[in-house]
Ligand binder design. Structure first.
Ligand SMILES: *[C@@H]1O[C@H](CO)[C@@H](O)[C@H](O)[C@H]1NC(C)=O
Ligand SMILES: *[C@@H]1O[C@H](CO)[C@@H](O)[C@H](O)[C@H]1NC(C)=O
Length: 314
């Protein structure tokens, strides 16, 4: 009895309190339909949001093999599906099926007690809704008139008790930063309606709605969700924009409240990534995959994003 208890103590310490303080986040790259000469791309501001919160980033090439994806999944501490314009249904390139493969690995891992977090922004938000609905097509999405517009968040009931925001009660300013000013930058023509949750029980059981907004026509869309069961989080707006994107004509806020409020999302997610011990077995393998191996192009005049990584075709 005593012996068993003694054996249990170090195990509990290991499970509950050890922190991964060198977290690495994998961010999915996307095909660039308008530039077939490039293999894939990743907008640098997604990288910066998580780097500035204490993580390193590796790009996950959307057209990798399953073996490669599995190897990376087992070696990183969190996964990000960024925004963009890629197809999020079957019948196109490998972006959607490979994203779903990584999502499936995430669910499997968490069901086995391996705490593996996922973040989705904009297109990533929409894609996570497609996965969670288990319909695997775009019927859970609606059209919105919310291209290039910033909003103050409208909090949903219970948001302060969420995983995403309960740690903030000491720093109450962030709630105001995000909901008293036009701090959250929206750039979407699709989205998910709270009405859809009423008819889709899968989504309703899966996600808790933390905030909403309404588009130019007054049509309500969901702005933030977190999974009730898994460490899976998604935002329809772009937290990386107020901090890292400088396209002059964009309706984006750069005042200090917007910067402070949006940086919460990077810090929150990186802290989630500290909670598992995935790592690269081989440091050489880790080093050769890190984003530092690539040079970002200055693209503000061509794409509207300040910096973009273009990855060569394999
Ligand atoms: C992911 O899991 C779903 C549901 O179990 C399954 O239908 C789908 O084929 C899987 N997809 C991939 C790419 O593993
Ligand atoms: C947000 O911007 C809109 C115009 O786009 C303006 O009417 C509104 O007053 C602004 N809200 C806040 C809280 O600044």
């Amino acid at each position: 009895m005593l012996q068993n208890a003694l054996l249990l103590v170090p195990l509990l310490v290991l499970v509950c309190c050890s922190q991964q303080n060198r977290p690495i986040i994998g961010i999915m790259t996307q095909p660039r339909e308008d530039h077939p000469e490039y293999g894939s791309y990743l907008v640098a501001s997604y990288v910066k949001l998580f780097e500035s919160a204490g993580a390193r980033v590796i790009p996950i090439h959307f057209d990798s093999t399953k073996e490669e994806l599995l190897h990376i999944f087992n070696s990183i501490n969190g996964l990000v599906f960024p925004g963009g314009g890629s197809f999020i249904d079957y019948g196109h390139d490998l972006f959607f099926p490979n994203s779903m493969y990584l999502y499936n690995l995430t669910i499997e891992a968490n069901d086995k007690g391996d705490y593996f977090p996922v973040w989705g922004t904009c297109l990533g938000f929409e894609m996570l809704h497609i996965f969670a609905s288990e319909i695997f097509d775009r019927t859970v999405l609606s059209s919105y008139d919310a291209w290039d517009i910033s909003y103050p968040l409208v909090w949903s009931q219970g948001h302060k008790e969420s995983k995403m925001f309960s740690g903030l009660l000491q720093d109450h300013r962030v709630f105001d930063d995000l909901s008293k000013y036009n701090s959250t930058m929206n750039y979407h023509k699709f989205g998910v309606s709270p009405e859809t949750y009423k008819t889709n029980t899968k989504l309703n059981e899966y996600f808790k709605i933390l905030a909403t907004n309404s588009d130019r026509q007054g049509k309500e869309f969901i702005s933030i969700v977190e999974s009730k069961k898994y460490p899976i989080y998604a935002v329809q707006f772009h937290p990386e924009w107020p901090i890292f994107e400088w396209e002059e004509s964009a309706n984006v806020a750069h005042f200090q409240e917007a910067v402070r409020g949006n940086s919460h999302f990077g810090r929150f997610f990186v802290n989630e990534c500290r909670k598992n011990n995935h790592q690269f077995a081989d440091k050489h393998d880790e080093r050769r995959r890190l984003i530092y191996n690539y040079k970002a192009d200055f693209t503000v005049t061509t794409t509207g994003d300040v910096q973009t990584y273009y990855f060569p075709k394999k």
